[in-house]
Design a protein. Structure first.
Length: 370
């Protein structure tokens, strides 16, 4: 765990070295071990969670664990090997009965304080383009933190539904609304990668669901990188709720970003009442000369407010009893399907009222800028 091996990992993976050190530490704290080859306490993560008490730390050894997992116990910590500890299954909204029930991995509202490090959450149902093809990799409904995790799917990959959530050095891919919901969330130094679905080349990174001007939720992306498959034209976000709030601060944007920047789900008035904003973003996709008229540029004071840990209820950091240095790099996307590259938490925000369902696929033409 020490010396040249760790420093080599640190140079390549950043947070990966931290995960290695935490694996050593967690064995001295509480612990359950999940190992597909039978060398741990359990062969399935679901079995370990059923045996876990509040505060249990669970090491998930490398392997592909094909199961649906639901977390209901508070303060659970999952520690995997980055890019190698994979929770996966194949399901869709039409088959499961709802978008939420299609999720491979779910953190329930009462499971507050959930932390995952070095885990991969995947729904391999796609690529999908039909009504009912929403296929969630992870549905998060409680105060949670994720470090160096991957969320892999197509439509509706990460359902950041409610609660205060923190994502650090994570990788999220998909094609339509692949970070969506009504959580109060910060995504710090994360890579979002828009994938092409056959002949369908229009993508959207986010669909935020704030329903009232007094709601405190919203998505804030700080640093990181927006990337795409060749030929894809991607929108920064589609307003799902009338007062949707999505902010990009100092994010690198590739040239696949649609010049309009922003769209809405169904109702064209929804975009105009949303808070869709950018601040000091970089790269060819950050050119604002063609943006929709209702998009915004943050003031310095607004950017400071959205960037503050107070936005999600206070600072986040690794679980108590462990230490971690910030990574030196941000995860890079893979050449094909997905690639790699996570804090404890407080109390939950109220669940929003149900919105109109999102359409299954991105419109085939650009929205009006009016």
């Amino acid at each position: 765990m020490e010396g040249r091996g760790c420093s080599r990992v640190s140079r390549r993976k950043g947070m990966g070295c931290v995960i290695v050190m935490l694996l050593a530490m967690v064995g001295r704290v509480v612990g359950l071990i999940v190992a597909k080859d039978g060398t741990g306490d359990f062969m399935k993560l679901g079995q370990a969670l059923n045996a876990a008490s509040p505060g249990t730390r669970i090491i998930v050894k490398p392997g592909e664990y094909r199961e649906k997992v639901v977390v209901t116990t508070p303060n659970i910590v999952l520690i995997g090997t980055p890019g190698q500890s994979v929770i996966v299954q194949s399901d869709s909204a039409s088959d499961a009965g709802s978008t939420l029930l299609s999720a491979t991995f779910t953190v329930k509202t009462k499971a507050t304080g959930f932390v995952a490090m070095g885990m991969v959450f995947k729904n391999d149902f796609g690529p999908n383009s039909n009504v009912g093809d929403q296929a969630v990799a992870a549905a998060i409904m409680a105060d949670s933190s994720f470090y160096d995790c991957q969320f892999l799917g197509w439509q509706d990959t990460l359902y950041a539904k409610r609660g205060r959530q923190y994502y650090k050095d994570c990788y999220i891919d998909g094609s339509v609304d692949f970070a969506f919901g009504a959580a109060t969330a910060q995504f710090v130094d994360c890579v979002l990668y828009a994938k092409r679905r056959g002949s369908l080349t229009i993508a959207s990174y986010t669909a935020q669901q704030r329903l009232s001007s007094t709601d405190t939720n919203g998505y804030v992306f700080i640093g990181g990188h927006l990337k795409c498959d060749a030929g894809v034209r991607a929108f920064l976000g589609r307003a799902w709720g009338k007062f949707a709030r999505t902010v990009f601060i100092k994010v690198a944007m590739d040239d696949c970003i649609d010049p309009l920047g922003w769209s809405s789900v169904g109702d064209s008035d929804m975009g105009a009442s949303s808070f869709s904003a950018e601040y000091e973003c970089t790269g060819p996709g950050a050119d604002r000369s063609g943006r929709v008229s209702w998009s915004k540029v943050l003031t310095d004071a607004e950017a400071a407010t959205f960037s503050s840990p107070a936005f999600i209820g206070g600072p986040r950091g690794p679980p108590a009893g462990t230490t971690a240095a910030p990574p030196t790099t941000t995860a890079a996307p893979p050449t094909t399907t997905a690639a790699p590259t996570t804090t404890a938490v407080p109390t939950t925000t109220a669940a929003p009222s149900s919105p109109a369902p999102k359409p299954a696929a991105e419109p085939s033409s650009a929205p009006s800028s009016a």
